[in-house]
Design a protein around this ligand. Structure first.
Ligand code: PLP
Length: 396
């Protein structure tokens, strides 16, 4: 008899665009860091919806906040205010530490970066500097700022006035920056290209260059934000204050929600009518976001993210075939000595462990911040087994 996963694949291929290829599994339910597929198989989830389910699948606090909110008020459009957006905006501006901070809510990371791009135009300048290897989303503006040619080439021409500097190389940025530049946009850690970390003084040096030329600095914290690296946004360790922060992924605790936050007085403000979105910051997503933040605060998950991430790094670094474990907190890239990351992902999945390979030699880990100690032990055991098996097959 055909498995339900195979049946789902056939329906997928018949009805859905194949921009994601055809996934192996159709998932039916989840709880914390565990998910089950439609055939009833259990998996430990070390990808967490690509860094979105920060407090785990079906977190009871999120479930009850969302259920309550959708019973009371599901959507009001942007003609009206509502408490969940007001409360969430207050939380986020509070996290920035700036009383000048103002939030624009949207639905995704790409939209948050589109909003940053548009607001940068209000400076009267048009040039953008982004980073090689960066990822800022798939919409045309966000893609124009994305430094990965394979993703850009089929859609050229994109916005013209965008230049790319090698990530982490302050001298290259120094050569590119000028008073024509409106905004420098970068991720504190480049997640999509394989969890690439810049030198420790890089953000501080970028901030200094932006100050010297009157250029806005936008930190894309879409993947690093909401506690993933052990901080709210992922740049705080550097001591800088960005002019703009963009957020999404973990912000909605598993529901679609993005935000563009202007932090300093340098950042222009939208005037009425200059930007908008129908669903951005809708009450249900904001209620989910507030619930996720309350769990992060109550369970002190910023601290836990650093602690568990450190443990994973030290244990996984010991495994044969692992060159390096990079990243921060619970955003980790396991760098292998051979191009076998996809094979490890496939074998791990067959043994009940969900991982992701953003590049042929790197495995990305972005589990829920609520992953338990026992689940971390299960992960280490299963990962070690999958890596060893793939290496033995390769070496034999
Ligand atoms: C750093 C970064 N920015 C932007 C995006 C785009 O977010 P979305 O897929 O929600 O549009 C992503 C998604 O992976 C990301 O990692």
């Amino acid at each position: 008899m055909k498995s339900r996963n195979i049946e789902a694949q056939e329906r997928w291929q018949k009805n859905i665009q194949l921009n994601y290829g055809t996934p192996q599994l159709s998932l039916a339910k989840g709880s914390g860091s565990v998910v089950w597929d439609v055939d009833g198989n259990r998996y430990l989830d070390l990808l967490g919806g690509i860094a979105t389910t920060v407090v785990g699948h079906a977190n009871p606090t999120v479930v009850s906040a969302v259920s309550k909110q959708i019973r009371e008020l599901s959507h009001v459009s942007n003609f009206y205010m509502h408490e969940p957006a007001l409360k969430l905006a207050q939380k986020l501006t509070g996290f920035t530490g700036s009383d000048k901070a103002r939030v624009f809510f949207c639905n995704s990371g790409a939209e948050a970066n589109e909003a940053a791009l548009k607001i940068s135009r209000l400076t009267g300048r048009t040039q953008i500097i982004s980073m090689e290897g960066s990822f800022h989303g798939r919409t045309t503006g966000a893609l124009s700022m994305t430094g990965q040619s394979a993703k850009r080439i089929p859609f050229l021409p994109l916005l013209k006035d965008v230049k790319f500097a090698p990530f982490g190389d302050i001298d290259s940025l120094r050569r590119l920056i000028s008073r024509r530049v409106a905004m420098v946009i970068l991720e504190p850690i480049q997640g999509e290209i394989g969890v690439v970390v810049p030198p420790s003084d890089y953000l501080k040096n970028v901030r200094e260059l932006c100050d010297r030329y009157g250029v806005l600095l936008c930190i894309d914290a879409v993947q690093t934000g909401m506690g993933r690296t052990g901080e709210w946004f992922g740049y705080e360790y550097s001591g800088i204050t960005p002019d703009i922060i963009t957020l999404a992924k973990g912000l909605g605790g598993g529901l679609p929600l993005g935000a563009m936050i202007t932090v300093t007085e340098n950042a222009p403000a939208f005037k009425p009518g200059e930007h908008g979105t129908t669903f951005g910051g809708n009450p249900v997503s904001c209620a989910a976001g507030l619930a996720a933040i309350s769990v992060i605060e109550k369970k002190e998950l910023l601290v836990r993210s650093k602690k568990v991430g450190g443990l994973i790094k030290s244990e996984i670094s010991k495994l044969p075939g692992v060159v390096e474990v990079r990243g921060a907190g619970l955003l980790r890239g396991v760098v292998l000595d051979q191009d076998v990351a996809n094979k490890v992902v496939d074998l791990a999945r067959a043994h009940g462990l969900l991982l992701n390979a953003p590049s042929p030699r790197v495995i990305r880990l972005a589990p829920a911040l609520t992953i338990t100690d026992a689940q971390v032990r299960e992960f280490i055991k299963k990962f070690a087994f999958a890596l060893k098996s793939v290496r033995e097959e390769k070496i034999a």
